[in-house]
Design a protein around this ligand. Structure first.
Ligand code: MG
Length: 261
């Protein structure tokens, strides 16, 4: 099932995309941010009396995370291009929740940097509050998957050593356009295009740590809230963006996340 959040004439709504590619609004958000009791497999209540065409609505971020946990290096060939050693456990960092922007919105080019890079990534959306989860139970806590661009001020990343400044500018986390709740996260083609030219072309089966292993590892450090995001790392082919560029990340069973610089 594919879920989406959007703005219609009646304000912010969440919806389910049906077989005709129309959006049926839901009676309540598909993620319950307030309670850790609700199971992620709760009955989704669809309002079948209404439907919206995708071209008539404005898509917004599919989730409102309290935090975005990112994995620094999770595709072997990306480590080689950055001259980094292959890790024996995931390297993680955080992006603040204030970095997110939706599909079709603009990434700001801050004056503090001279190199803004794209990083196309598969993102896990947490469906249920969790802590200390073993990998073989991780899927029970995942609501679904979406696309994320881990935009990075590459020059500041090397100047600082610490990654916080490089990763945390407002607009540096495009996310969406939809969440797919039932797909094989371990075998998805992932592609990034800049102005229509392919820059990253890989498959999630090239990950060093798979989605369930990542959730397990991170949950042994911090509590993950429903709606939180885990960005699973980027394949090789990262590179700079300039003003006016269009960056598009496509993951087979999710769709395309498009943003403008
Ligand atoms: Mg990244």
């Amino acid at each position: 099932m594919k879920f989406i959040r959007f703005i219609s004439e009646n304000g912010e709504k969440s919806g389910l995309i049906n077989k005709e590619n129309l959006i049926n609004p839901l009676k309540q958000d598909y993620i319950n941010y307030d309670s850790d009791l609700k199971d992620i497999n709760f009955e989704i209540e669809v309002d079948n009396s209404k439907s919206y065409k995708l071209e008539d609505i404005k898509i917004i971020e599919p989730v409102k995370p309290s935090k975005i946990v990112c994995v620094g290096l999770n595709y072997i060939e990306h480590g080689e291009e950055l001259n980094m050693d292959i890790p024996n456990e995931p390297k993680i960092f955080l992006k603040p929740s204030t970095t997110t922007i939706p599909h079709e919105e603009k990434i700001n080019y801050p004056s503090m940097t001279n190199q803004v890079d794209y990083e196309g990534e598969l993102a896990i959306v947490i469906g249920k509050k969790c802590k200390d989860i073993e990998a073989n139970y991780a899927r029970d806590y995942i609501f679904g998957y979406t696309i994320l661009n881990d935009v990075t001020a590459r020059d500041l990343q090397s100047i600082d050593g610490q990654w916080t400044r490089a990763k945390s500018f407002d607009t540096f986390c495009p996310i969406g356009p939809v969440i797919n709740t039932n797909m094989d996260a371990k075998n998805q083609k992932i592609k990034t295009k800049v102005n229509g030219i392919i820059k990253q072309d890989s498959n999630t089966n090239n990950m060093i740590f798979d989605t369930n292993e990542l959730l397990s590892f991170i949950s042994k450090i911090m509590t993950l809230n429903s709606g939180d995001i885990i960005a699973t790392g980027t394949p090789k082919g990262v590179g700079p963006l300039i003003l006016g560029d269009i960056v598009e990340i496509t993951i087979e069973d999710i769709g395309t996340l498009r943003n403008y610089i």
